[in-house]
Design a protein around this ligand. Structure first.
Ligand code: MG
Length: 306
């Protein structure tokens, strides 16, 4: 028997949902929960509470929640690279940073062509070590999620940090407010959400998908993939079979690689981002406004960056 939160829209969803599980509420008391990342070596999840300027940690072995970082420069998105290091999007300091194995924080990117970034939002690491991130303006639009400031670049792009040189190049420049992003399991496609409807009337509320060039570093034109049917797509993750598990206003929406909406996991708060965790990567962690939820699913997170 599927839990009441499971809404099946296509028969294929039956293979992705589990019966006899339930949506668990693990923690509450956040203002805007975002940016989950699972650290497999430590068996814990970190996530951002952006307006409260802190990063929290859920210990999977005990269920305890504690403060991982505070103040946290209004961190937003996180991911874990193949060396197990935490990579962070920082709103207040308008940069991408990484915590090294000795605990030091290293800024990897804070400018493009000499101008300060807006406020990096979400990030993913490719298997070649390159770091890809989005840079909308949510962290400089007001004092709520960072420090209000004018834009220097004047646009919101998707960027790539080169693993050897550290150079920051623009990978996609035709987005209004690029937000979540994730590679397909074979890394031949990059999916990117655009939440431009937050700023532009009738603006984008969709995910587009771009082919990665043979050089592994360029992107082809981004084609429409899915239009959000409830609120906005913010962050998302992709499982080993290429299904997208994406945030939306009424829960998590699950798309097949052919862009069919297969089903939903209904969540009682607006969802901002998700992440696969657990030793088998089959536990979906869900950051939803004030709370952290989780549910076991019959799918596993694809990429090493969790
Ligand atoms: Mg986001």
């Amino acid at each position: 028997m599927y839990p009441p939160e499971i809404e099946t829209l296509d028969d294929r969803f039956a293979k992705l949902a589990l019966d006899n599980v339930r949506l668990e509420k693990l923690h509450t008391g956040c203002r805007w929960a975002e940016g989950p990342a699972y650290l497999p070596a430590g068996k814990y999840l970190v996530w951002s509470d952006i307006p409260n300027n802190r990063v929290l940690r859920y210990d999977e072995t005990s269920g305890a929640v504690s403060v991982f970082l505070a103040p946290a420069d209004n961190h937003n998105g996180h991911c874990v690279d193949r060396q197990g290091r935490l990579v962070s999007c920082e709103h207040r300091t308008r940069c991408i940073s990484r915590i090294e194995h000795d605990g030091t924080r290293r800024v990897l990117a804070d400018r493009f062509e000499g101008k300060r970034l807006n406020s990096p939002n979400d990030v993913v690491v490719k298997s070649d070590g390159s770091i890809w991130f989005t840079d909308p303006t949510y962290g400089i639009d007001s004092e709520y999620e960072g420090d209000a400031a004018p834009q220097e670049i004047g646009a919101s792009h998707v960027y790539r940090i080169d693993p050897e040189s550290g150079a920051v190049t623009a990978a996609a420049t035709d987005f209004v407010k690029p937000n979540g992003l994730a590679f397909s399991p074979d890394e031949k496609r990059l999916y990117i959400a655009d939440t431009g409807a937050s700023h532009v009337k009738n603006g984008p509320r969709h995910i587009r998908v771009a082919e990665v060039g043979d050089d592994g570093r360029s992107l082809g034109p981004a084609a429409p993939f899915a239009e959000c049917t409830a609120g906005l797509f913010d962050g998302f993750r992709i499982d080993t079979n290429g299904h997208l598990w994406t945030s939306a206003a009424d829960g998590v929406h699950v798309y097949a690689p052919d862009a069919t909406l297969l089903g939903k996991i209904k969540v009682p708060e607006v969802v901002a981002n998700v992440c696969f965790g657990g030793p088998k990567r089959n536990r979906l962690y869900i950051c939803a406004t004030t709370s952290l939820y989780a549910i076991y699913v019959n799918a596993r997170g694809a990429s090493w960056p969790s």
